[in-house]
Structure formats: C-alpha cells, structure tokens
Design a protein around this ligand. Structure first.
Ligand SMILES: [Fe+2]
Length: 233
C-alpha cells in the first residue's frame, strides 16, 4: 500500500469514528515527531502493537479486501502461560461496504466481534480441518449474544448494531459490511497478529508500504523505525 493511501484512509476513519461518537486514547494522535522523543514509558504501546493498523492483506486492493483496525489494549502471548499481566485485548474495526476480511481462524485467540454502530455486518463461518482446509460438512456452533446456535457449514450470520458473535478457536470466519460502513469492536484473549492468523486464501496479515509521502500517524508496525531510530541518535 502507498503511504498516501494509508493517510487518506486514516483521515476518513478518524472522521467516521468521531461521527459514531467513539473516542480514541491520546496515543492515537501522537505525530511521528512526537514519537521521536518518547522513552521507555511507552514500551507497552510499542511491544503490544497498540494503535493504528491498516491492511489490504497483501491484496493490493484495500477497498475490496482490507480492514481498518485500532488496537486499544493487548497483553503478551506469554501471559497466557504465566497467567500474569493482561490476558485480554480490545480493538476497534471499521468495515466498508463490499470490503472483505479474508477467511481466517485463530489457534490461540478467542474473540467476540461486536457491531457497535453503522450498517449490518455479515460473517461467514466454517470449522477448520486439521490440514487447514474448510470443513464443508461439519455444523458450526456459535454463541450470538449468549444464545447458542448450530448452523450448517458456510452459514452467514448478520449482526445489527448492538449484536455480537463469539468466534471460538479454529473457527474460520470472513466478514464484510452489507449496507453501510460498520464500526465494530473486538474483545478477545491476547492477540498475536504475527503468529496467530491462519488465512485460507490471503497472502498475509500486514501490507508492504511504499513511502510516497510522510506518515500522518504511525501504524503499529512503524514504531520500531521511528521510535528506536531516534533513541539511538
Ligand atoms: Fe479473526
């Protein structure tokens, strides 16, 4: 993705989040220059990859295959073994009409996807097979706001604002906005985007970035370049 495209997406996402009456924490609006003088006190933001996260999943076509995310909080993967520190994570997502997040599952993370406001959120579900394939036969068992459902493989569920779904480990999911952009929440166990996304048909989780203009705000994967570089000077 070009940095100019990312900056444009950021500007419209900030407006949408404001229009939906959601507020982000202060670090959302730290400039690249402000990042340059941060010290160890912001280690949690850097290490846990909090903040802006915009991806086309390597598709080169964000409007069709892409997702906007902001990670509000997260723990370390090792916390799940030690039961120390944060064991949970929270993200904000914006899903555009006709924009798909490709089919994937998580081996470790269990997540609730919540439609906070906007349009209808469509989600397609399959169980995964041990070899990573889609289980075209097995029924899917999901909880929708505390109500258990058993659905045929490949079923689509639609969440209106206020509704949520619990995605258990190993459950393949793909989602998109049906009729209007959706502001969604994700509440989960610890999130590890480097190791815990198993895509069925997407090249990868993070895009390569072509730097055709300066970043408006840093994405979570930009921190090492700006934060450590300036600290070493
Ligand atoms: Fe997911």
């Amino acid at each position: 993705m070009k940095r100019s495209e990312i900056n444009t997406i950021l500007r419209s996402a900030i407006q949408f989040i404001h229009d939906q009456h959601f507020a982000l924490p202060p670090f959302a609006y730290w400039t690249p220059e402000a990042w340059g003088i941060k010290g160890d006190e912001v280690r949690e933001i850097v290490d846990r990859k909090l903040g802006w996260d915009i991806t086309d999943f390597g598709s080169g076509d964000f409007e069709r295959i892409g997702l906007f995310l902001f990670t509000l909080r997260n723990g370390r993967p090792e916390n799940l073994k030690t039961l120390q520190g944060k064991l949970y994570a929270e993200k904000l997502l914006i899903i555009q009409v006709g924009q798909v997040t490709p089919t994937h599952y998580h081996a470790s993370k269990m997540e609730d996807i919540i439609n906070r406001s906007g349009g209808r959120l469509g989600i397609e579900l399959y169980e995964s097979l041990p070899d990573g394939g889609l289980d075209l036969a097995a029924e899917v068992s999901v909880s929708l706001d505390g109500v258990q459902h058993r659905l045929p493989a490949g079923s689509q569920v639609f969440l209106t604002p206020g509704e949520s779904i619990t995605l258990t480990r190993g459950l393949y999911h793909r989602f998109w906005a049906e009729d209007a952009p959706v502001l969604a929440g994700e509440v989960s166990s610890v999130n590890d985007d480097d190791a815990d996304n198993y895509f069925y048909d997407a090249p990868g989780r993070f895009p390569a970035i072509e730097e055709d203009e300066p970043p408006l705000y840093l994405l979570c994967n930009d921190y090492p370049r700006y934060y450590h570089l300036v600290k070493q000077v």
